[in-house]
Design a protein around this ligand. Structure first.
Ligand SMILES: *Cc1c(COP(=O)(O)O)cnc(C)c1O
Length: 235
């Protein structure tokens, strides 16, 4: 199947999942997770109507930006971001989804202030408390947000999460529901500089479950582009 055919199949599934949950399909965005896929594949996905692209690695982002690969769609950063690479990302992307620790918040603040811009971000939650993953723990997040008025060059738009890999269908539900609940709690507190309209959760294998639990943005790679080929040059 072509990239366009894959995207149209995903759109149908998204619509069905939204309707089954009594939600408006129009409120859920499809982000193409483009890692390991070249500029041409990215262009095909944009032409087929994805709402935005998400890139994981700074080097790939920089190369594809220089090739105008994302032209026509917003570009998000969704991978682990080292503080020494913040300069290559802040102001270059519409949204940094993977803000996962306080030193990174401080580094983005400093760089955005230097550029005199406000950078939109999501805070990443380590919902499964996995050592292999980064992100804030649920109980840390309020403490971080209480001090967010200090970070006037960041604007929090919501939360992002990558739940643990699950073996059985539906196992993910409790993680997605925990994220949704956290988002509702944050909204209720009305922190300065903090919005909760975006809930980025759900990938190729579990996006229907994520939509059932309130996701407003799914990040899909494999189901759009096919299995990633780590041997093939991808830039
Ligand atoms: C790769 C990636 C995805 C997409 O994963 P698939 O299972 O290929 O759909 C989503 N989010 C992040 C952060 C990723 O790195």
């Amino acid at each position: 199947m072509s990239i366009a055919e894959n995207i149209s199949a995903i759109r149908k599934n998204m619509d069905a999942a939204a309707r089954a949950a009594g939600r408006d399909p129009g409120e859920i965005l499809l982000c193409a997770a483009t890692k390991m896929n070249d500029a041409d594949a990215v262009r095909q996905a944009i032409a087929a109507g994805v709402d935005c692209c998400g890139e994981n690695r700074v080097q790939e982002l920089t190369q594809k930006l220089s090739r105008n690969a994302y032209s026509g769609a917003p570009i998000h950063f969704i991978g682990h971001l080292q503080t020494n690479k913040v300069r290559q990302v802040v102001g270059k992307v519409d949204l940094i989804q993977s803000v996962d620790r306080l030193p990174l918040i401080e580094a983005i603040e400093k760089e955005a202030a230097r550029q005199d811009i406000v950078q939109d971000v999501l805070l990443e939650i380590n919902v499964g408390r996995e050592e292999s993953k980064s992100g804030f723990y649920t109980e840390e997040i309020h403490q971080i947000l209480e001090h967010f008025h200090r970070f006037s060059h960041l604007h929090v738009r919501g939360l992002m999460a990558i739940p643990p890999i699950c073996q059985h269908p539906g196992e993910n539900f409790r993680f997605f529901q925990e994220i949704l609940q956290l988002s509702v709690d944050i909204k209720r507190k009305k922190y300065d500089n903090v919005e909760t309209e975006c809930l980025s959760m759900g990938m190729s294998d579990d996006y229907a479950d994520a939509i059932a639990c309130g996701s407003t943005m799914i990040r899909v790679g494999t189901a759009i582009f096919g299995a990633r080929n780590y041997a093939k040059p991808h830039l």
